[in-house]
Design a protein around this ligand. Structure first.
Ligand code: ADP
Ligand code: ZN
Ligand code: ZN
Length: 735
């Protein structure tokens, strides 16, 4: 290898640049972009990724350190993934380490451990079938081991061990030509497949047929389509058919779903259709499983990969289509660190690979609708619920002046009772965990506030805790008022815990199941809930957002929305869009099969114009005026926006820093619209003031140039250990 080669390495450290290293002293294999490389960084050794190999000058070479080793014989990241990560780092003004290294599965980011034995599986050879019964009569253990393998077909190391078979016996069978071993292949998730034979796929409806026709016209080239259709209209069926076609051409498919949209039903439908070709990347996987699935997709062994946000960065050599389900969902945007949008990057990746991308939703985002209007996306629609199910009817319940019990008014409780009586299931949605959002003293007016945030502590009664949902501060709930020692403490308002309790009191003979982050940890809990519920016995599901996404509970006929009002008066320009989407999504859970559904919305503002439009004209009538308003105000998706946020224990120093930044940006970019510095939506969180500067421009280029300058200035600023700053491009919140 020539001496003057230099490796540009992305390292997992808060650095805006790549670092230069000389190749490892014994540089075998040859250096190439996309390789993992172990490098010294200060006193540590870290796993980086080679972004570029360049010939350096003798001058810089003298001071450079050598990398330590390449752990793999060849690049782990193919050029397209490296390019995607580097594009994302530039676009989101992220650190290369965040975009290139931290998007790898954890197991691939850690330092190499002692040799990891890859698990194997064992099978009996065909010849073993011809073995006379007496042949192994003198070694009963070998005979038993062989009988076990013949019975099992294939058995993993672990299964053999469990059956009491020692490795030596297996090796002995192998030596006699009676058994062989091969690398272990994960069996298909049996729990997801179910035991019945899968139902035959339904015949596509005319609308599905038309959508598929339009999509097949694009096969091969880049094209972006939006598939709009209410929940239950058969979007997933369209994805499945589309993917079938792509697989038949020998290509792979990538399906992105929201954080909690990876439901047992979704997995089951894909596995039923495509069997062991399907891999799933979800948060419930261990590091090793995640690495295995990632590698299987990268070698082409898996043909369909379903996963949440970060699955986008998985290498897939034969990628032929990308599907983004529930594309409006905010979980596609990472909210900390590397603040990328997996939906938007999916479009980049599709263009890069010159393949089609399909975004689906019952409530498309304003971004995607604007892209349809401008002709960048094609708009495909599924106008009706599949299989003849009718749409739910929605009714506003005016709760002004009413006494609420666990957040529910009497009429809502009656409606729940009559549905249960008729043998149906009911879903109750409220976006607040815990027992009550406010604990207050009725004598002196004291309220339980978080000392670190501009927020109240939530009372969790079962655990007897006051808990800040923003900074995670927890403390025992007091028995008397800390201010005046009065025992008359009042829990005001309702969260899921209290509503669950109230419903259980009213309907003691029906199960009430609570679904929130407190009760649903991990994918297994969700699977159990689904199994309990899908049986169809009457029950009540009480829950937060988690209930609103992707779940199909066919026996639910009534959805009660306890409170949507918070979203109606938010300062955030996106609040309307989010609130409408939530209402439609929750409503979409009701009445999916033969039974018609009903949605009840409790509100203090029954005549709010958004609500009226939504109820009378549906999502489109609701969202069109919102788009028009955004356009007239130059707000996204019609203009471009970014937020620079400084967090500091001192409100003044954060504000002053952003003020001076604003002055400098104003000089260089006189046309850029700068708002602030202003406090973020929660002005103080975890002991730090959060101050932000909003940048807006009709064009992307000047906005990005300004961000580049701002990041340079902020990088050069000396922050104290308690301070931090962030840049958020295309933010989901921000004013
Ligand atoms: P979405 O993804 O829009 O919510 P799905 O594809 O899950 O809709 O379809 C909803 C239900 O209707 C599913 O049970 C599905 O099997 C069924 N379905 C979909 N397409 C058809 C069709 N063409 N004929 C009959 N049933 C269908
Ligand atoms: Zn008091
Ligand atoms: Zn707090």
């Amino acid at each position: 290898m020539p001496d003057d080669l230099i490796l540009r390495v992305a390292v997992p450290a808060p650095l805006r640049q790549t670092l230069d290293y000389l190749p490892p002293p014994d540089a075998t294999p040859a250096a190439a972009a996309g390789m993992r490389v172990l490098v010294p960084l200060g006193k540590r050794r870290v796993m980086g990724v080679v972004v570029e190999v360049v010939s350096g000058s003798a001058l810089s070479g003298g001071k450079l350190k050598h990398a330590i080793a390449f752990p793999d014989p060849e690049p782990l990241l193919p050029p397209d993934i490296l390019d995607l990560c580097l594009f994302a780092a530039r676009y989101y003004h992220a650190m290369p380490g965040e975009a290139v290294v931290n998007t790898l599965p954890t197991a691939l980011r850690s330092l190499p451990k002692a040799v990891i034995r890859t698990p194997r599986q064992w099978c009996a050879t065909p010849e073993s079938g011809a073995l006379p019964a007496s042949a192994l009569s003198r070694s009963p253990r070998l005979a038993a081991a062989l009988a076990f393998l013949r019975e099992q077909g294939t058995a993993s190391d672990a299964a053999c061990r469990l059956a009491g078979i020692q490795p030596a016996h297996l090796r002995s069978l192998q030596a006699r030509g009676l058994a062989f071993s091969e690398p272990f292949v994960e069996p298909v998730d049996k729990s997801a497949v179910g035991f019945e034979t899968p139902p035959a796929p339904p015949r596509p409806s005319p609308a599905q047929e038309a959508a598929l026709q339009a999509l097949s016209g694009t096969s091969g080239g880049f094209c972006c389509s939006l598939l709009e259709g209410v929940t239950g209209s058969g979007k997933t069926e369209v994805y499945l058919r589309l993917i079938e076609g792509v697989l038949a051409e020998g290509k792979q498919a990538l399906v992105l779903v929201p954080e909690i949209g990876l439901t047992p039903q979704t997995r089951q439908r894909f596995v039923q259709r495509f069997g062991s070709k399907v891999g799933v990347l979800h948060s419930g996987l261990g590091d090793r499983e995640r690495e295995r699935t990632w590698r299987q997709a990268a070698t082409g062994q898996l043909r369909v990969l379903i996963g949440t946000r970060s699955a986008l960065f998985t290498p897939m050599p034969d990628l032929g289509v990308i599907v983004v389900d529930e594309e409006h969902d905010s979980s596609f945007k990472q909210q900390e660190g590397f603040r990328y949008s997996a939906r938007d990057l999916a479009v980049y990746r599709a263009r890069q690979r010159n393949i089609p991308v399909l975004l689906g939703s019952a409530t498309p985002s304003t971004e995607s609708l604007a892209n349809c209007r401008s002709g960048r996306f094609r708009h495909l629609e599924l106008p009706e619920r599949a299989g003849g199910a009718s749409a739910p009817s929605t009714r506003m319940l005016d709760i002004r002046g009413q006494t609420l019990d666990g957040g529910l008014c009497a009429e809502a409780i009656d409606a729940i009772g009559s549905q249960l009586g008729a043998g149906n299931q009911v879903l109750v949605f409220l976006n607040r965990r815990g027992w009550a959002p406010v604990l207050s003293c009725s004598d002196c007016g004291w309220m339980a506030d978080c000392h670190h945030c501009d927020a109240r502590l939530t009372l969790h009664r079962a655990r007897n805790l006051l808990w800040c949902h923003h900074c995670d501060t927890r403390m025992p709930a007091p028995a008397s008022c800390p201010g005046c020692h009065s025992a008359r403490l009042l829990a005001l308002g309702a969260g899921t815990e209290r509503t669950e309790h109230t419903l259980q009191r009213h309907f003691p003979s029906f199960p009430v199941r609570r679904i929130d982050r407190g009760t649903m940890q991990g994918i297994a809990a969700m699977d159990r809930l689904y199994e309990d519920t899908v049986s169809g016995e009457p029950c009540i599901l009480v829950g937060t957002q988690m209930l609103a996404k992707g779940h199909h509970f066919p026996a639910v006929t009534l959805a009660v929305i306890v409170d949507l009002d918070g979203g109606l008066f938010s300062a955030d320009y996106r609040a309307a869009e989010r609130t409408g989407q939530l209402l439609v999504q929750v409503g979409g859970r009701a009445g999916r099969a033969e039974r018609p559904g009903e949605v009840i919305v409790q509100t203090l503002h029954p005549k709010h114009p958004w609500m009226e439009r939504l109820l009378q004209g549906g999502y489109r009538a609701f969202i069109d005026p919102i788009l028009a308003e955004r356009e007239s105000r130059g707000l996204p998706p019609f203009g471009h926006m970014a937020v620079l946020r400084v967090e500091s224990p001192s409100e003044r120093s954060a504000t002053e820093l952003l003020d001076s930044l604003k002055r400098q940006l104003r000089k260089s970019f006189p046309d850029l619209e700068l708002t602030g510095p202003v406090p973020a939506q929660m002005a103080r969180r975890a002991g730090r003031y959060r101050i932000q500067l909003l940048l807006r421009d009709a064009r992307r280029a000047p906005l990005h140039a300004a961000l580049e300058q701002a990041c340079r200035l902020l990088d050069a600023h000396r922050f104290s250990a308690q301070e931090r700053w962030q840049v958020d491009v295309d933010p989901l919140e921000g004013g």
